[in-house]
Design a protein around this ligand. Structure first.
Ligand code: SAH
Length: 563
């Protein structure tokens, strides 16, 4: 919950805008400001104060207890010009909140935490539990000192400017080790603990068993990702409460699913009770991985709980990111976030150039020249399978005549795949031309590199017969010049020479150009590989120099305003 406190009319107006935008996340604290800040500080995870920073510093100073307990505090000035992350920048989420508030109110976010100011991922914001010398290692990263990354388990971390050797270390492990001096230990959620329990098993017995099993195996409880059991035990209080106290989800599987898992220690008791010869081992192993702790029972007599621990392979992450047609403001915020999330970037060199300035320090860039598509796709998937966070980029939308399909054709289900849509060339061109895509439309690539010409021709013919607006991608290159006239000729069998045709070159790039011409007078020589060509249907018109395809086939009724 975000507590909102204001003192003046201007502050209250800004406060109300936040409250209206985030009704479920915010609570307004009215009344005398000092009391309101104190109450909100005690009750909320975050505060936004429409007050001077000095006033807020004085009010919260006596209430501070520590970085991990204090709420994040953001101050917004009277003029609504700045959203200042005052307290709890990382742990309290105030930096992120300052950005969100800034977005909403049109205020400039002010963030002074060092790692954010120089654009490094803060070690305490990686979404993983972190132990050890966070301040020291962060400072070393900022100062450009050598920090070594020692990954004992694969995990898709965001980019960090690390080296192989260094006097500081970041250690990624689920093993029970103390952070050394000048070291931080990151705890990836790699461990799945399968649990079984008889009815009424006390939480102390379940939890005690889990903790003991981990400790004896030399594993850290901070790396437990989830508890897993059989459906029949989904409501078993001891298990539910154990998961709650560990702060992890409880995942359950049907007895049939569990019975199908190969386990080293099946037994008759669970088979009789819940219909599977193994609960703990099967539930831990069902997602694959290495069995580190085979089934063991609690020490109580009779033993009411069992558990088993599996380390699952770290899942890499492949983001397939469309960069849009070129202009920076047509690159979506989600695409930007994914570019900054990836520690490995794979793409065509000219596309990498388009976004190089957005990448975080430490991003490994694997760029290659034209062609080499299959190889890029394979590289991206290989890196993800090593457990990396990879972004594979493409212009426009990465799924349109681009990298998404070759990449996903290679990918197996052992990686996570995230797709980020981009503004494809047909849409970028459409917006420049007017409204050419107002009714049914198709895209057809005229490149016969991957597709036999007969297939392309059949599709062009079908689009012609069906009176569909057509956008041609890859319309013409130096070595491929007869295809476009041929395709236009096929469409001309069904459309008059006056049919509008839009030609857009380098849409949204610095040397953008566009022309509205007709099927009868288009000169193919003006078209190249930087261009898309959009041919209207029989209802498309040139209206005031703009290409407009009516939403209905009866232009008359469209003009009368029928929706
Ligand atoms: N994935 C891309 C398309 C790749 S195919 C997308 O979604 O846009 C390459 C073809 O796309 C080019 O030959 C050209 O026809 C078209 N194209 C890509 N970007 C363009 C732009 N900015 N302006 C005009 N055409 C473009």
């Amino acid at each position: 919950m975000i507590g909102l406190i204001s003192a003046t009319a201007a502050g209250a107006a800004a406060r109300d805008r936040l409250a209206a935008a985030w009704p479920d996340r915010t609570r307004v604290y009215e009344g005398p400001v000092a009391d309101a800040v104190r109450t909100a500080f005690a009750q909320c995870e975050q505060l936004v104060c429409f007050l001077a920073t000095g006033a807020v510093v004085r009010l919260v100073a006596p209430l501070l207890s520590g970085k991990t307990e204090d709420p994040g505090v953001v101050c917004v000035d009277e003029g609504g010009r700045f959203a200042v992350s005052l307290l709890g920048g990382h742990a309290g989420g105030a930096n992120e909140l300052a950005r969100e508030v800034g977005d909403l109110l049109g205020a400039e976010p002010v963030v002074t935490t060092a790692t954010d100011a120089v654009d490094l991922a803060g070690l305490d914001t990686l979404g993983l539990p972190v132990e050890g010398d966070v301040a020291g290692v962060s400072r070393a990263l900022l100062d450009g000192e050598a920090v070594a990354l020692r990954s004992e388990v694969a995990w898709p971390l965001p980019p960090l400017p690390v080296t192989d050797q260094g006097s500081y270390t970041i250690r990624v492990t689920d093993r029970l080790v103390e952070a050394a001096e000048r070291e931080v230990v990151l705890r990836p959620p790699t461990l799945v603990v399968g649990v079984g329990a008889s009815r009424g098993a006390p939480v102390e017995e379940v939890l005690g068993l889990v903790e003991e099993a981990l400790r004896e195996a030399g594993l850290s409880v901070a790396s437990v990702a989830e508890l897993a059991t059989v459906d029949a035990k989904a409501e078993e209080p001891g298990i539910v409460e154990a998961a709650g106290r560990l702060g992890v989800p409880l995942v359950t599987y049907s007895a049939e699913e569990l019975a199908g898992v190969d386990v080293p220690n099946p037994s008759d008791a669970p088979l009789a009770a819940v219909g599977t010869p193994s609960v703990a081992e099967a539930a831990a192993l069902i997602g694959g991985g290495e069995l580190l702790v085979p089934k063991r029972k609690s020490a109580a007599s009779p033993a009411m709980a069992t558990c088993a621990v599996v380390r699952r392979p770290g899942r890499g992450r492949l983001a397939v990111v469309g960069l849009g047609p070129g202009a920076r403001d047509l690159l979506t915020p989600r695409a930007q976030a994914e570019l900054r999330r990836a520690s490995v970037l794979v793409g065509l060199d000219q596309y990498v150039d388009q976004i190089r300035d957005l990448l975080r320090p430490g991003t490994r860039i694997l760029e290659s020249g034209l062609g080499a598509e299959e190889e890029r796709a394979r590289t991206a998937v290989e890196e993800a399978r090593k457990g990396q966070a990879v972004a594979l980029i493409g212009s426009g939308d990465a799924g349109v005549y681009a990298m998404a399909s070759p990449a996903l054709a290679e990918a197996s289900d052992d990686i996570d795949v995230v797709g980020v849509p981009g503004v494809t060339a047909a849409l970028a061109a459409g917006a420049i031309l007017g409204a050419p895509l107002g009714h049914d439309h198709v895209s057809i690539s005229l490149s016969d590199l991957h597709t036999p010409w007969e297939v392309i021709e059949r599709r062009v013919r079908a689009a012609g017969e069906a009176d569909i607006v057509v956008t041609f991608y890859n319309p013409r290159s130096r070595g491929r010049d007869w295809q476009l006239p041929k395709a236009l000729g096929i469409l001309a069998e069904h459309r008059t020479p006056q049919t509008p045709v839009g030609v857009v070159r380098n849409a949204s790039r610095p040397d953008e150009s566009s022309r509205l011409t007709t099927l009868g007078s288009l000169d193919p020589a003006t078209v190249d590989m930087m261009t898309v060509v959009t041919v209207g249907n029989t209802a498309t018109r040139d209206i005031a120099g703009r290409m407009v395809t009516p939403r209905g086939y009866r232009w008359q009724s469209a003009q009368e305003g029928s929706e």
